[in-house]
Ligand binder design. Structure first.
Ligand code: R5P
Length: 292
């Protein structure tokens, strides 16, 4: 059975159909003081999959706690979390004394609730494997990068793929291999949430079509600064392809102001830019898990 919340019913239907899982809803009631009450189906099968993508994660982490604990009392023996976007992965070390290492804390929290966790392009940079961040019995990190590369190729485009920083190398290289493109990677220095400096790779951009590729766009400043730098270097057109479309605040306006033409994202987070569907890929992983 696939359990999902009402605000993810669109993706839940796609995933349920692709994985041939019965879909059931978790009802949510918010009390006047902000507390939540969840209601699950009265009886659950042994194997249950819970879908919750973790953009705007803080309240969703409480939902996961309530839902997972309740699911076990209702008969679930094996619980899988499908979180197409896994939050808190970027804070993977204390950058200043006293800072919480959120990746490790949230990862352990999820591993304590779920037997298996499936996600897409988790932001693993200094942490080599997902199981180090989320020490559950079984973890699966899928990548949308090849899907993104094939999507760009299907548009009949022959761009140079550019990752804005070293962390994006893993994704831009896979997307380029899948689409048959050249790729290059720049360098980023972040001075604050909205202050980003990008140094593009030393490749000829004059007259070229550039597609910027990254795992996640939040304020959009990384893409915006990279796009500005690409145009300044003579690029003819700049588009953006990203796995996780957070696009908070004025992110889209910042991209438009930087001259970005098209924005393509996967449906890991529902957003008007969604073009690349993840349900078949996640369904295949769920089938593999069921067969283990
Ligand atoms: C972090 O290194 C990620 O890969 C992204 O580059 C980053 O999160 C994008 O953030 P923003 O859109 O706020 O610049």
């Amino acid at each position: 059975m696939l359990l999902a919340f009402d605000d993810e019913s669109g993706f839940a239907r796609l995933l349920g159909a692709a994985a041939a899982l019965e879909l059931a809803a978790i009802a949510r009631h918010r009390f006047p003081d902000g507390e939540l009450k969840l209601t699950l189906p009265e009886r659950l099968p042994e194997r249950v999959v819970l879908l919750r993508t973790l953009d705007h994660p803080n309240e969703k982490l409480v939902e996961l706690l309530l839902a997972a604990e309740t699911a076990r009392t209702l008969g679930a023996r094996h619980l899988t979390l499908v979180a197409p976007y896994l939050a808190y992965m970027r804070q993977d070390m204390a950058f200043a004394p006293g800072e919480a290492v959120s990746q490790r804390i949230v990862g352990r929290f999820l591993a304590g609730l779920f037997d298996a966790v499936i996600t897409v392009d988790p932001h693993l940079h200094r942490t080599e494997t997902l199981v180090q961040a989320v020490p559950a019995r079984r973890v699966i990190a899928l990548s949308a990068a090849p899907l993104i590369g094939r999507f760009v190729a299907q548009q009949g485009l022959r761009p140079l793929l550019v990752g804005p920083d070293g962390e994006s190398h893993q994704w831009v290289a896979q997307a380029a291999a899948a689409g048959g493109f050249e790729h290059a990677v720049g360098r980023k220095t972040r001075h604050g949430d909205h202050q980003v400096q990008i140094e593009l790779p030393a490749v000829e951009l004059r007259g070229r079509h550039v597609v910027l590729v990254d795992d996640v766009a939040s304020t959009g400043r990384t893409f915006a600064r990279a796009a500005q730098a690409a145009y300044a270097a003579g690029a003819a057109r700049v588009d953006v392809a990203v796995t996780h479309a957070l696009f908070v605040g004025d992110a889209l306006a910042a991209l438009a102001a930087a001259g970005v033409r098209e924005i393509w994202s996967t449906d890991s987070i529902a957003h008007p830019s969604n073009r690349v569907g993840l349900a078949p890929t996640i369904a295949a992983a769920l089938r593999g898990l069921g067969a283990e």
